[in-house]
Design a protein around this ligand. Sequence first.
Ligand code: NAD
Length: 277
Amino acid sequence: MEIEHVLVVGAGQMGAGIAQVVAASGRRVTLHDAAPGAVERGLGAIEKSLVRLAEKGGGDPAAVLARIDRADDLAPADLMIEAVVENADVKRDIFRRADEIFPPEALLASNTSSIPITLLAAATSRPDRVIGMHFFNPVPMLQLVEVIRGLETSDATAAAISALAVDLGKTPAEARDLPGFVSNRILMPFINEAVYALLEGVAEPEAIDTIAKLGFAHPMGPLALADLIGLDTCVAIMDVLHEGLGNPKYAPCPLLRQYVQAGHLGRKTGRGFYSYA
Ligand SMILES: NC(=O)c1ccc[n+]([C@@H]2O[C@H](COP(=O)([O-])OP(=O)(O)OC[C@H]3O[C@@H](n4cnc5c(N)ncnc54)[C@H](O)[C@@H]3O)[C@@H](O)[C@H]2O)c1
C-alpha cells in the first residue's frame, strides 16, 4: 500500500525528528502527544533543525512544516509511527487504540528501543501489520533504521517499511525481535559499563568520554551519548535486557538508576552526567 500520510505519536526528541524526516520526504504528517505543550515544543525543535539544514543548502523549512498538522488524540493514517516513552503498558495501550481506528490495511510501527514488537502486535487484531521501525538520534542526521519483525510480521509489511526507510534517505537493517534487538544489545551494556567505571572512580566523565572518542574513534563518548539518549530511556532499555535475557550482566548500574530517581535525565532536563545550561 502507498504510505502518504503518517501519524507520529510522541513529539519528544525522537517523534519530532521522525515527523521532520517524513514531512521532508513529501508525505503528510499528523503529530500527536499526550502532554500539554509537547507538540508545540516538538514543532519548535523541527523548525530549528530545518533552519539549520536550510543554511547548509537544505530545502525550504516552511514547505516541510506546512505538511505537519497536529491532533489532540490518535487519528487514522496509512501508517502510525509510535515514539512515546519507553514503557510497554503505555505503548500497548496506544497500539490497541490505533488498531480500533486505523483502516485494516494500515501499518502500525514502533520506534521502541527494546520493547518486544510481538508484545505490541498482540495488543492488535493485525499482528502481521505491526513492526519495529527504530530510528537513531538525531533522526535527521543518522542513517540507520533498524527494522524489527515481530513473530507474525508479514514479508509485505517488512518490505513496505524498508522501502519507506530508503525513501526517507535512510539505510534499513533487519533484526529479530529479541531483547534490545541488535543496536541496544550492543550499545547499552557499553554505556552501562562506562557508568560503572564512573561509579567505581576509574576516571572522571570527561576522561571516560575522551578515551572512547579518541581511542575508539566514536563521535561522542558513552556518558555524553547516554545524556543525549535520556538516562530514563537507558534504564528502561537495560531493564528490558535484564528481564528478557535473564543475565545479571544486564542489570542497570545503580548510579544510572540514581540519576533517574533524582530527575537528572540528561540533556532533556538540563542535567545528566554533564550540565547543559
Ligand atoms: N532517545 C533516543 O536516543 C532514542 C533513540 C531511538 C529510539 N528511542 C525510543 O523512542 C521513544 C521515545 O523516546 P524519546 O527520546 O523521544 O523520549 P522523550 O521523553 O523525548 O519523548 C517521549 C514523548 O512521549 C510522550 N508521551 C508519553 N506518553 C504518551 C501517550 N500515552 N500518548 C502520547 N504521547 C505520550 C511524552 O509526552 C513525550 O513528549 C522511546 O521508545 C525510546 O526508547 C529513543
